[in-house]
Design a protein around this ligand. Structure first.
Ligand code: BES
Ligand code: ZN
Ligand code: ZN
Length: 503
């Protein structure tokens, strides 16, 4: 799909559909008074009457259609509700997704033109493109009748933004950023949606290697080497599986760098719970327990493609949590890379065991910030549902920066505490700490406290996305299955850091 900018007046735009956005309660007649639209009087009159008759409000998702015949060069003219004007960026992302669902894949719509009141603001093009591409996503790889084989479904060829006030360079930059971030997110969704029989630790390692490029180096640490390094906590989790574990490291080193971030993703390719076995229902969707890993790979891919001037060290301790004969037993004691000993009282609290070694590994390099992203606890689903992810941290400034990036990216975060008292529940009689706290008591915070033992004093934020990484309902820019929640937030965060240091 090509992304283009048109500066002609609305009345002169040709296309299979031209969409004119109207805000909630703005009034179609008033919106159409905007100078420079050059719509013929007769068309203005028809549109105004149509809107009044249909009681058009401008709610997001609301559409009014008009087939102008030879009155306009457009084949179809649509008035689309944009929703509330405040929080416009997120509104535009949702509008982009909803329009993509209407016009994005029908073969008669080759050239789709959007006049969505960007008013010279190129950042809105970025969010609209994100919404369009994310809303168009579907996972059809294993359907014999899929997008490619269905002749009635065809993605649009040209998505045109209509805005006479927009700068061409700004448009090119923003549309590209939107496309790269969205395509990387869809790449992550593909990894998450792929069943665990295919998306093994080895497959993840191969995919990580395929991201390497001039500025991206990939290193895979195999089991024997990981053992020599002392990653006993990570390797313990893998023992009950036939799949070999892979410790994946990606390094993006741009020519110029203004910030150094480490990103750590939880990469459990399937979480059966291990010997502390989950219920059938509890493990039904546990292929998505590598969402953090998928997001981490997508972030490196996007940041490298956009040549953002920040250094990124990305690490995934990938393995499968299975109850095979060699499996970790409740009561076993593991030694992590930083020398701490861990009594495993619950093998289903495996994510933190893998993250412990990954965090200790990246902290040795003293990055400016460490962000880990993990489908870590059922407790965060209980606390925040599927609406927001939990954020826990040892650094308030980092919380503010990540949360702000998330707000602009359309991903919500809510801070949960790391009070010292929560550490009590991780006390072990036989080792330095145990891996699971008391059931039903602040499970997300006690998991966070466990991770904190492995980050020294490096500024660190832990994102618990157990509730937001998967959805059963299509909504706005989210599609069924893996959401790849976090790609936008982390990319926006890193892009902010690059921009700030440039001042
Ligand atoms: N992968 C799960 C967390 C999870 C639960 C993700 C539901 C998505 C949806 C994690 O490994 C886990 O099983 N956590 C346990 C920890 C407990 C045993 C301390 C949990 O949350 O129940
Ligand atoms: Zn688990
Ligand atoms: Zn898990």
């Amino acid at each position: 799909m090509e992304l283009k900018l048109e500066k002609e007046p609305l009345g002169k735009i040709s296309g299979d559909v031209v969409v004119f956005g109207v805000f909630l309660d703005e009034g179609v007649d008033k919106a159409l008074q905007e100078p420079g639209l050059e719509l013929p009087e007769a068309v203005l009159k028809q549109l105004t009457e149509m809107a009044a008759f249909e009681k058009f409000k401008g709610k997001s998702g609301e559409l009014l259609s008009f087939y102008p015949g030879d009155q306009l060069p457009a084949r179809r003219f649509v008035i689309a509700g944009l929703g509330k004007r405040d929080d416009f960026a997120n509104t535009v992302r949702k509008a982009g997704a909803s329009l993509a669902r209407h016009f994005g894949s029908k073969e008669q719509y080759r050239r789709v033109c959007l006049a969505i009141r960007t008013n010279g603001d190129a950042s809105l093009v970025q969010t609209a493109v994100e919404g369009w591409l994310l809303g168009s996503y579907s996972f059809t790889l294993h359907k014999t009748r899929n997008e490619e084989t269905n002749p009635e479904r065809k993605p649009v060829a040209e998505l045109v933004f209509v805005d006479s006030a927009m700068d061409d360079d700004a448009f090119a930059r923003s549309s590209r950023a939107g496309r790269v971030i969205a395509e990387s997110t869809c790449f992550a969704r593909d990894l998450i949606n792929e069943p665990a029989c295919n998306m093994t630790p080895s497959r993840l390692a191969q995919i990580a290697a395929s991201i390497s490029s001039e500025h991206v180096q990939c290193r895979i640490i195999e089991e024997d080497e990981a053992a020599r390094i002392g990653m006993g906590s990570f390797l313990g989790v893998s023992r009950g599986s036939h799949q070999p574990p892979k410790f994946i490291e990606l390094r993006y080193t741009p020519a110029e760098s203004r910030y150094f971030a480490a990103v750590v993703g939880k990469g459990i390719t399937f979480d059966s719970g291990g010997l502390s076995l989950k219920t059938a229902q509890g493990m039904e969707t546990m292929k998505y327990d590598m969402s953090g890993a998928a997001v981490t790979l997508a972030v490196v891919k996007a940041i490298a493609e956009l040549e953002v001037p920040v250094r990124v060290l990305a690490v995934i301790a990938a393995c499968e949590n299975m109850p095979g004969g060699g499996a970790l037993r409740p009561g076993d004691i593991l030694t992590a890379m930083n020398g701490k000993t861990i009594e495993v009282n619950n093998t289903d609290a495996e994510g933190r065991l893998t993250l412990a070694d990954a965090l200790a590994w990246v902290c040795k390099e003293k990055p400016d910030a460490v962000i880990d992203i993990a489908t870590l606890t059922g407790a965060v689903v209980a606390a925040l549902g599927k609406i927001a992810a939990g954020i826990m941290s040892n650094n308030e400034e980092l919380v503010a920066a990540v949360t702000a990036a998330g707000r602009r990216g359309g991903e919500k975060f809510w801070q949960l505490p790391l009070f010292d008292e929560y550490k009590e529940s991780l006390k072990s009689d036989v080792a330095d700490l145990k891996n699971a706290g008391s059931r039903g008591e602040a499970g997300s915070s006690s998991a966070g406290m466990f991770l904190k033992e492995f980050v020294d004093n490096v500024p660190w934020a832990h994102l618990d996305v157990a509730g937001t990484a998967w959805t059963d309902k299509e909504k706005d820019e989210l599609t069924k299955g893996g959401t790849a929640f976090g790609v936008r937030t982390i990319c926006y965060f890193l892009m902010d850091k690059a921009a700030k240091k440039a001042e």
